[in-house]
Design a protein around this ligand. Sequence first.
Ligand SMILES: Nc1nc2c(ncn2[C@@H]2O[C@H](COP(=O)(O)OP(=O)(O)OP(=O)(O)O)[C@@H](O)[C@H]2O)c(=O)[nH]1
Ligand SMILES: [Mg+2]
Length: 466
Amino acid sequence: MPAAGDASRACGSTIAAIATPMGQGGVGIVRLSGPASLDIAEKLFVPGPRFKGFKAYKLHYGWIKNTQQQILDEVLLAYMPAPYSYTREDVVEINCHGGPAVLEGVLEALYHQGAEPAAPGEFTKRAFLNNRMDLTQAEAALEMINAPTQEGALLAGDKLQGHLKERVNFLRESLEELKKELCLAVDFPEEDLECLPLDDLANRATAAVQEIDELIRAFEQNRVFREGALVVLAGRVNAGKSSLMNALLGRQRAIVTSIPGTTRDYLEETLNLEGLPVRLVDTAGRRPTRDKIEMMGLETGRQLISRADLCILVLDASLQPAADDLDILEEVSPAKLVLAVNKQDLVRGTPGWVQDLKDKGLQLVHTSATLGQGLEELTTAVRFRILEEKRPEPTSSVAPNLRQKTALEKSRRELLLLAEEARQEVPHDVLGVRLDYACTFLDEITGRIVTEDILNSIFENFCIGK
Ligand SMILES: Nc1nc2c(ncn2[C@@H]2O[C@H](COP(=O)(O)OP(=O)(O)OP(=O)(O)O)[C@@H](O)[C@H]2O)c(=O)[nH]1
Ligand SMILES: [Mg+2]
């Protein structure tokens, strides 16, 4: 198990990659990291006027040529010497014109001079291995890039700044302290040291469990900002589910006809609801059927509803609710339900059955998908329902990801056992081992202890050039 800061993990090679997305853009960046970065860049850089040698953290104007001495591009080059760079190694960044052909040309020229192709996430992996950041910060870099909305990016930013690392390290230090007090009593029994009272130990383990619980809760609370909330449109055939899907998306995504049973499979699209990322799913309309394909579609719809963060039950305002509508009312808890009483343009006033549903305390919105009415109210209701219970509290805005949460749960389990065993007066050295385990799982989070497998599984999800 390598540990961060271990000299054996230092990287000797110099890597290069295109750091910006492939496609046309104003600027594209090719990045180098490693001891030969400046040597390699120097061989290809044709300085512009007034160049007086490479200065750290300054932009140098000039040109990049290839080995055949052809000028490839007009560039700005920055040199960031170790240790004050992203990777803590010597880094050179070349700002080129943002076209795939020119960037590939520059990259190839760097390879010819001895740079090696960077693996996915290798720059960030080096930053971690060289102790510039811990594993939670490295993962936050990826979460930042993948954040579906600005809220998600803010959460990733919190972790990038090291706030989760601080929380975990603080927790670990308190456990270390506990262990020190525990071991003193074991190691020097003859010195008549005061033994840590076991109920004190149990209480402190329980306090650590509470701190972990808060972090685990934050995982759940912030999940929708990381992954997007699953919102499913359901209801009987022809109620206007697909029309509402199109109206919310602002484009004709789903087929709409007056023929009942138009949608047979499900359709999924992503949507940004004022910062809340939503995976909006249109499902097959419900009705009694013996058609095999339709039955399969209805089953898929049921499964989606059971996993959904929210179900929008679309009702036809001009028709009394049928058994198919009422079934959904039974299947979904009111906290996860918004009723869209659609085709409002076909009725005057509020039908009695709608009032009955309102009286039951169900969240209800009047819409007309064809006229585009009630969409804002629907959006507000969806946001309100999803965020009501999930809005992170200021103290728990630092949210672990799934890997981090899993390690927290393992540590929590050890601490619960520790508290239980302490109350049963299990010998101190056994309790010490429990504490060690609890610390080890916390170390997995920050990467103080990490296996090559864990590292690979994290960094393989990065793009090349990050
Ligand atoms: N007057 C009116 N007609 C609507 C409204 N919304 C949908 N419709 C019409 O209702 C019919 C069915 O609409 P869809 O959106 O296909 O309904 P659906 O619920 O997806 O139907 P299935 O896919 O068959 O389950 C179409 O003719 C739509 O134009 C509305 O708000 N007002
Ligand atoms: Mg449909």
